[in-house]
Design a protein around this ligand. Structure first.
Ligand SMILES: [Zn+2]
Length: 361
């Protein structure tokens, strides 16, 4: 495994960009690092959710991992903290915006390069760019009933109830119970709604688990030619296995396996990754786009827009200088000439835009 940085290994990083450009059966696995610039504060930062939870529950001691651990939810106080956390997290994720990296993978997907895009993230930001994702740990976009399994969209109303430290009740169970009671049957429990995410020590033998296995099986059968792992430090057991399995298949097909993450990974990964790029994923994605021109049209059009606006401003500013020097009659003339100049610049810019669009078609 070769460790690279953007500044010191520019040539190799460009080579990797071209490998991506030529890949046809790519698999992508992403983690928290791709969402750090989305507006969701790092859980551990001063503005993060752990700090907020500590302030709300000053007498409780709990680690971040324990808060996401199913075995701790039997404790009433921890369960209350978990629900408050989930309500607040939902508000943050719905206000967040997709990052440069989400858009980059969307463009690769539009070019039909990606067989499957797997993510450990539960923020559902892929949906905002219409990128199909296999959500390894579920999503904050749904809640499910812990009794009847009914699944529904996680709404603001649910989030406000969670913030009070209690779970919302399941409407489906309520309806069923009303019918049972009307016919004189004995009472059944009304289920609680839970965020549709996978917790530590939660046995994932659900529909989601079966679906993930099916996707991986399909990818292996189709012989993937590239594996890109981005924004994860590979701490979760299930994800480690998934990556090792896919990497083996990619190498058998003479493909490359690349990790992009701010911090490096240990020796365990030496034979798994060909390259580890130590960089912020957004910065790297932007560089790849520059190399292989995924967003060429957008950049060219932006360049022309900037040029046009600078040119118009320059003309107006020149007119202002003249105005101070000349008499009133001359001043009127200058204003006229500025307007003409403005018109000419706009005309030229329109022609240039058409030229670029034509050249790219
Ligand atoms: Zn239910």
């Amino acid at each position: 495994m070769q460790a690279l940085t953007i500044r010191e290994n520019a040539r190799t990083i460009e080579e990797i960009s071209w490998q991506i450009a030529h890949a046809k059966k790519m698999v992508v696995v992403t983690g928290a690092g791709i969402s750090t610039s989305s507006g969701i504060p790092d859980f551990r930062s001063k503005e993060g959710l752990y700090e907020m939870i500590k302030n709300k529950f000053p007498n409780e001691r709990i680690t971040g991992q324990q808060l996401f651990d199913k075995s701790y939810l039997n404790n009433e106080k921890i369960r209350k903290m978990f629900y408050v956390f989930m309500g607040e997290l939902h508000s943050l994720t719905t206000a967040a915006v997709p990052t440069m990296t989400h858009r980059f993978f969307k463009r690769l997907s539009e070019q039909k390069k990606i067989m499957h895009y797997y993510t450990q993230n539960i923020d559902n930001l892929e949906a905002a760019v219409d990128l199909d994702a296999v959500q390894l740990h579920g999503t904050m976009n749904e809640v499910y009933c812990d009794t009847c399994g009914f699944t529904v969209q996680f709404t603001k109303v649910h989030a406000e109830i969670f913030k009070k430290g209690v779970p919302p009740q399941c409407n489906e169970c309520r309806k069923r119970e009303a019918i049972r009671q009307a016919s004189g049957k004995r009472k059944h429990r009304i289920g609680d709604l839970q965020p549709n995410i996978t917790l530590y020590n939660d046995v994932d033998d659900t529909t989601r688990g079966v679906y993930i296995q099916k996707c991986v099986k399909n990818d292996l059968r189709k012989k993937p030619d590239y594996l890109l792992v981005a924004g994860t430090s590979l701490k979760v057991y299930g994800v480690k296995n998934l990556i090792k399995q896919l990497a083996k298949s990619v190498h058998q097909n003479d493909g490359k396996v690349v990790l992009v993450n701010l911090s490096g990974v240990g020796k365990e990964w030496n034979s798994v990754f060909d390259y580890q790029i130590l960089a912020h994923v957004d910065e790297w994605a932007e560089l790849v786009e520059e190399h292989i021109g995924l967003n060429k049209t957008q950049k060219l059009l932006m360049g022309i827009a900037k040029k046009t606006s600078a040119s118009v401003n320059e003309s107006i500013s020149k007119g202002r200088v003249k105005r101070r020097r000349k008499d009133r009659d001359q001043d009127r003339e200058n204003v006229g000439s500025n307007n003409d100049c403005k018109k000419k610049t706009l005309k030229r810019s329109k022609a240039e835009v058409l030229e670029v669009v034509e050249a790219l078609q």
